[in-house]
Design a protein around this ligand. Structure first.
Ligand code: HPA
Length: 270
C-alpha cells in the first residue's frame, strides 16, 4: 500500500505547484465549497493512480487544489463510503495520500441525522467525539510502521485548538452551532426506530454513514482533525417524514451557505 500511496502522491504533485497543509472532505450536498477556491486545479479521481471512484449522487469525485485566502488547500469533492462496497482501506486511502502530500490539518464534514432532540434540520454540529458502529476498523490488518503505530490513542480524536477556532469564527460571523458525538454506521439503509433509541442511550447526538473511518486514520497518521456534521434530517422516529437521499441533499443545500462561509473562514484563520 505504501508504494501505491506514493505513486498517487507523485501524480498529484505533478498536476499542481502548491504545497497545501490543510485538506477538507466534503459531505453529501456540500460541494459548493469548491466555488470558494481561487486558482483551482481539478483532478478527477479517475485520473489518479490507485484512487477509488465515487458512485454516489451528490458526490462529484474530484480533488480540487487551490487557495482560500492566503491558504493553500486540497478539497475532496466526493468521498468513498463503506456501503459502496469499498474495503475500509479504500475508504480511507485518500487520507494516507493527504499525509504524504504534506497535509497537517484536515476538516472532515458530513450530512447526518439528528438524534439530540434540541437539534433540527440545518443544525451545524461540531463533532466532539465519535462512536464507531461500523463493526470493523480501518486499521485491521498488518500495520505499516511508516504510517503509524499499531494501537493509536483515541482520547482526543478532534483537535481542541481547531474546535476553539471554529467556535470563535462562528461567533464572529453569527453562525449558530451545536456540539456533540457522531455515531458512524455502515448504512446504506437508514436506521430503525429501535436503533435510534439504542444510539441515543449510547450517547450519540448525530448519526451518519461516513467520517469515523477517516477520523481514525487521520489520528493514526498524526493529523489534526476538525469534524463538522450538517444535520439534514432528524433521525428515524424523531422525524415526521420518512428518509431519502434526495431529501438529505436538498436539506444540505439549504445549510450550504453557512457551512461554506464557516469552513472558508476557519481555513483563512488556521
Ligand atoms: N442516518 C444516517 N445517515 C444520514 C442520515 C440519517 O438519518 N441523514 C444523513 N445521513
Amino acid at each position: 500500500m505504501y508504494d501505491k500511496v506514493m505513486e498517487s502522491v507523485e501524480f498529484i504533485n505533478k498536476q499542481i505547484n502548491i504545497k497545501p497543509k490543510i485538506a477538507v472532505i466534503l459531505g453529501s450536498g456540500l460541494g459548493n465549497l469548491t466555488n470558494f477556491i481561487d486558482n483551482a486545479t481539478e483532478i478527477n479521481y479517475k485520473s489518479i493512480p490507485h484512487f477509488p471512484q465515487s458512485t454516489v449522487i451528490g458526490h462529484k469525485g474530484q480533488l480540487v487544489a487551490g487557495n482560500i485566502g492566503e491558504k493553500e488547500i486540497f478539497v475532496m469533492d466526493g468521498r468513498f463510503h463503506y456501503y459502496e462496497g469499498y474495503s475500509m482501506r479504500e475508504v480511507t486511502y485518500p487520507i494516507y495520500v493527504f499525509k504524504k502530500l504534506g497535509i497537517e490539518k484536515i476538516i472532515i464534514s458530513n450530512a447526518a441525522g439528528g438524534i439530540n432532540e434540541t437539534f433540527s434540520n440545518g443544525t451545524l454540529m461540531i463533532i466532539r467525539d465519535f462512536i464507531n458502529l461500523f463493526g470493523t476498523n480501518p486499521l485491521i490488518g498488518t500495520n505499516d510502521e511508516r504510517f503509524g503505530s499499531r494501537f493509536p490513542d483515541m482520547t482526543n480524536p478532534f483537535s481542541e485548538k481547531l474546535i476553539v477556532l471554529a467556535k470563535k469564527i462562528a461567533v464572529d460571523f453569527g453562525i449558530k452551532y451545536s456540539e456533540g458525538t457522531y455515531l458512524g454506521t455502515t448504512g446504506p439503509s437508514f436506521e430503525t426506530v429501535a436503533e435510534i433509541k439504542m444510539m441515543k442511550t449510547f450517547g450519540a447526538d448525530a448519526v451518519g454513514m461516513s467520517t469515523v473511518p477517516e477520523v481514525i486514520i487521520s489520528n493514526y497518521l498524526g493529523l489534526e482533525v476538525l469534524g463538522i456534521s450538517c444535520i439534514t434530517n432528524m433521525a428515524t422516529g424523531l422525524s415526521k417524514v420518512s428518509h431519502s437521499h434526495q431529501n438529505v441533499i436538498k436539506e444540505a443545500k439549504k445549510i450550504e451557505h453557512d457551512f461554506c462561509l464557516w469552513i472558508s473562514e476557519i481555513i483563512k484563520n488556521i
